[in-house]
Ligand binder design. Structure first.
Ligand code: ADP
Ligand code: MG
Length: 588
């Protein structure tokens, strides 16, 4: 039995023991509240801590689950086991609608939108006659199973915590998968993720819905535990409390959700009794303490309590072993001599600045073309135009004969163009292997449900195997399980090349891959580029290291101030007086 299994067994034993040992009822009730809230906070960890989308509206989704079940069991006489699913359906619909509108927003607009959504739902609950206005709905039936009352104590405790552990397990499975990597990439902005073929909006809406569903289950439990509902536990202030629990526990960790909820709820309970006694007058002083605590947490332990535990935990090797994994199918490479890329009159204006001024060039199959020019010449912008990161002001891009101008970057990645970035874009808190596996996103198909149920393991093995192969190819085989954030600059660039190769591209765009590499590493890189070329890959290379460019390229395009200065073989370029004046003169 490995450590992971032992950990789970220990957790399950604790829950079962607590339910059978003579623990005072008071504590069982407390832990029931903790379990119920943990589910909502778990959703927030996924959405905010891991996905990077801050929501103050989580309590509103708890409210939808609670009110739906309370209303329908009271007024339609439906079984809570049925209303649970109706509540989940309603929640999913609302979350989809709200998400579809708000998740396109960036920066502070999203949290503001969730505030507005939380407030409006709160006032809706409080003002609807059918929902009992601010008095809410009373006498909600408790849960029972085949005529046997689950009640509010030990059986409820077991059920709630079984749900919490199940939700935690599902989320751990989800995060350790193709979909999970895509979710974890959302936080670092959409440019890199979209360039790997990830539909970021879809994943954002996805985690918004999953997070809302967890809240809805929490609301359902609450309604039938409390046996009454009113709007106050579903207001925005409670939404903020959920966020507080996530941050305190560790918003980036599944176990942080449970830790944060446990600590907050138990502490609140103690402080509610202790503080008024100390101060001598009654009042909600614990809120003040929590305010101070939140500021201190953000300052001194921004990753929350669980981060400290996580550091102490033994690092498990991956649960998957991909040595015997199936090799992923390869795309058919263009025939030698086929025009892979044709850029025709590419133009990009930033306000009055013409960054790329009607540039035309082409890349043939199996060629390495250098794109050189002084800083600010427009090379990176040209890359962004070809890969759809930036929209063209005018001009057209053809890839393997197809017009790809104006396509979103994930469509372009799908067709077989991969790239690296001049300013490295990776997920620092993911391992090197996982970062690189992001590049293979389009070569897998398994979704969230398969990941949660672990039906994706064959595909996952193949994806990780591919990632390992590409890392080995660029000489990074020793760093598979290192956190990407710990790599030196040169190694980060090699990581990006491996990631780009994982997409099995027909055309590879490298933006200054040798910057930060040592001499030996540059020689190794040159070998890799030649090897790739030998496999039929075409490469467009932006690079300042002239030795490397002259060694590996077949043709060179020189840019200056956004314009196409000259084009030719490395020898012709080296001999050109215009180039020496414009470029080599300034760089050397
Ligand atoms: P290179 O990669 O050749 O060094 P860039 O393509 O990065 O050059 O930049 C070309 C010009 O376009 C520069 O003058 C740069 O300041 C400008 N530029 C690049 N990106 C933007 C942007 N997003 N907004 C405004 N100006 C930009
Ligand atoms: Mg550049």
């Amino acid at each position: 039995m490995n450590l992971r299994k032992a950990g789970w067994l220990a957790l399950i034993s604790v829950v079962v023991l607590l339910s059978v040992l003579p623990v005072p009822d008071f504590w069982i009730t407390q832990l029931n509240y903790v379990g119920i809230a943990s589910l909502a906070v778990l959703g927030l960890v996924l959405l905010t801590g891991i996905g990077g989308l801050t929501s103050f509206g989580q309590a509103a989704f708890v409210g939808i689950g609670a009110y739906t079940s309370a209303y329908l069991t009271l007024n339609a006489g439906l079984s809570p086991w049925l209303t649970l699913w109706i509540g989940l359906g309603l929640t999913a619909m609302c979350a989809w609608m709200v998400g579809w509108i708000t998740l396109r927003m960036s920066g502070h607009y999203l949290p503001l939108a969730t505030l507005a959504w939380g407030l409006s739902l709160y006032y809706t609950m409080g003002n609807l006659q059918a929902l009992g206005k601010y008095d809410g709905l009373l006498d909600v039936p408790g849960l029972s199973l085949f005529g046997w009352e689950i009640g509010q104590e030990r059986a409820f405790f077991l059920m709630t915590w079984a749900l919490v552990l199940l939700a935690a397990l599902c989320m751990l499975h989800l995060l350790d998968s193709r979909v999970g990597r895509a979710i974890r990439s959302l936080k670092s902005g959409s440019i890199m993720a979209e360039s790997m073929g990830i539909d970021t909006l879809r994943f954002k809406i996805g985690i918004f819905i999953i997070s809302a569903l967890l809240a809805s289950v929490s609301g359902w439990l609450y309604a039938h535990f409390q046996r009454s509902v009113n709007p106050s536990p579903f207001g925005v202030n409670i939404g903020i409390e959920y966020l507080f629990m996530a941050v305190l526990g560790g918003a980036g960790y599944v176990w942080g959700a449970i830790t944060g909820t446990l600590v907050t709820k138990l502490m609140a309970d103690q402080l509610q009794v202790l503080l008024p006694a100390l101060i001598g007058t009654s009042g909600s002083y614990e809120t003040i303490v929590f305010g101070v605590l939140l500021v201190l947490t953000l300052k001194y332990a921004p990753d929350g309590i669980w981060a400290f535990v996580d550091r102490k935990l033994p690092k498990f090797a991956r649960a998957v072993d991909w040595r015997d994994a199936a090799v992923l199918p390869h795309r058919t490479m263009p025939a030698p001599g086929e025009a892979v890329l044709q850029a025709i009159d590419l133009r990009k204006e930033f306000g009055g600045l013409v960054a790329v001024n009607d540039i035309s060039f082409s890349v043939q199959a199996g060629q390495i073309v250098g794109l050189i020019g002084p800083n600010g010449a427009g090379k990176s912008t040209t890359f962004n135009l070809i890969t759809g990161v930036l929209g063209l002001t005018s001009g057209r891009v053809y890839f393997r004969g197809e017009d790809i101008s104006g396509q979103p970057s994930r469509e372009i990645a799908k067709r077989g163009i991969s790239r690296t970035f001049q300013h490295v874009r990776m997920i620092p808190d993911m391992t090197v292997l996982e970062n690189v596996a992001l590049g293979a996103h389009l070569r897998g198909t398994r979704g969230a449900l398969s990941a949660t149920l672990r039906l994706d393991r064959h595909e996952e093995q193949s994806l990780l195997r591919e990632a390992e192969q590409q890392l080995k190819r660029v000489g990074m085989g020793d760093y598979l399980f290192e956190l990407a954030g710990n790599l030196a600059m040169g190694q980060q660039r090699l990581l990006e090349i491996a990631r780009a190769l994982c997409n099995d591209p027909a055309l590879l765009l490298l933006d200054e891959p040798a910057a930060g590499l040592r001499h030996q590493e540059k020689l190794a890189l040159a070998d890799v580029l030649r090897q790739l070329k030998g496999e039929g890959l075409s490469i467009l290379l932006v690079e300042h290291d002239m030795d490397l460019v002259m060694q590996v390229t077949d043709r060179i395009v020189v840019m200056e101030f956004g314009t196409h200065l000259i084009e030719g073989t490395p020898d012709e370029i080296q001999a050109s007086p215009a180039v020496q004046a414009a470029y080599l003169g300034t760089e050397h």
